[in-house]
Design a protein around this ligand. Structure first.
Ligand SMILES: Nc1ncnc2c1ncn2[C@@H]1O[C@H](COP(=O)(O)OP(=O)(O)OP(=O)(O)O)[C@@H](O)[C@H]1O
Ligand SMILES: [Mg+2]
Length: 305
């Protein structure tokens, strides 16, 4: 469904006299099979959201290639991209910023149908009612405004609106992280149900390993703009090879693990993780590792494997 080949994203960061660059995503490759959920996990600032936006081409990669359902998205012109857009949806962490506060819930959900056009008011109304039911809201919610709803309810609205576009690929960026644990669980269950009913392919971004385990078939672990390890979720939880993945698993949450940027080795040549790695050797400081296959669907970026 999705193949990402060696994407890079550099942001320029101010500087009047001298331009500085932040490499947010550095030579990242991965793929997602149709109907699969890939979890993307890693601590704050490691580049998860940037990868999500890149694969949907909400931002332009500095280099690299993204193939979506056989089409090279990076080469598409605006008009062709616009046609593809509904098939690829992104759900952000904060529902308040993705919903128009002046729009009634029902109108927000109806918007993708209106944009597509060709449907009568009655049909749009029926579709909206169906979606309201699918995401577990009540019919009376359609006449409310976002401020009259809870955070969890609004995130259901965001999900309903994403589904209204009839996507086959969804990037969910920490969609439940602002919510109470019990509400989170309901929403994650809902997403899993919707996913199998609608045969969606999902990239699920989170720093929470418990969530990633519950949601994903495969998981990619990110650090300092790079993917350090990829594999089948259940297998990886028992057989992690990368020292960083092991560290994360010992912590249960990447959020507890925020590291100031200067700890990330973006320097010349070495491994991004070497300044934090308890096992770093001379080679780790001097030479960049390459991704190696160490089993069926298990890849690691480390000199030691
Ligand atoms: N528009 C931008 N301009 C400049 N730098 C940016 C921009 N967007 C992201 N960055 C930088 O790129 C890096 C990766 O950011 P990103 O938002 O992808 O991280 P993240 O893994 O999603 O973090 P979080 O878990 O906090 O959401 C960070 O250093 C960030 O400051
Ligand atoms: Mg993010």
């Amino acid at each position: 469904m999705l193949e990402v080949h060696r994407i890079n994203k550099r942001f320029s960061s101010g500087g009047i006299f001298k331009k500085n660059y932040i490499t947010a995503v550095d030579d990242v490759s991965f793929s997602i099979n149709r109907g699969e959920t890939l979890g993307l996990v890693g601590e704050s600032g490691c580049g998860k959201t940037t990868v999500g936006k890149l694969v949907l081409r909400l931002i332009e990669p500095t280099s690299g290639k993204i193939i979506f359902d056989g089409v090279d998205v990076t080469k598409l012109r605006k008009k062709e991209l616009r046609k593809l857009r509904p098939r690829m949806q992104m759900i952000f962490q904060d529902p308040d910023s993705s919903l128009d506060p002046r729009m009634k819930i029902g109108d927000s959900i109806a918007e993708p149908f209106r944009l597509r056009g060709g449907l009568s008011r009655r049909v749009v109304g029926e579709r909206v009612s169906d979606l309201v039911e699918t995401v577990g809201l009540s019919p009376e919610h359609v006449n409310r405004y976002p401020y009259q709803m809870s955070g969890g309810q609004n995130q259901r609205v965001v999900l309903a609106r994403a589904l209204a576009a009839n996507p086959d690929f969804v990037v969910a960026d920490e969609p439940t992280s602002g919510l109470d644990v019990s509400v989170q669980a309901q929403l994650l269950n809902l997403m899993n149900g919707v996913k199998s009913d609608l045969a969606l392919t999902i990239m699920f971004i989170t720093h929470d390993l418990e969530v990633v385990r519950y949601m994903s078939d495969r998981v990619a672990v990110m650090y300092g703009g790079k993917i350090l390890e990829v594999g089948d979720t259940e297998y990886l939880f028992d057989h992690a090879e990368h020292p960083y993945t092991r560290e994360l698993l010992a912590q249960q949450s990447a959020e507890d693990y925020y590291v100031p940027e200067d700890d990330v080795n973006n320097g010349d040549g070495g491994c991004v993780f070497c300044s934090r790695c308890p096992f770093a050797e001379e080679v780790c400081k001097n030479k960049e590792p390459v991704m190696v296959n160490i089993g069926r669907d298990h890849q690691v970026l480390c000199h030691r494997v």
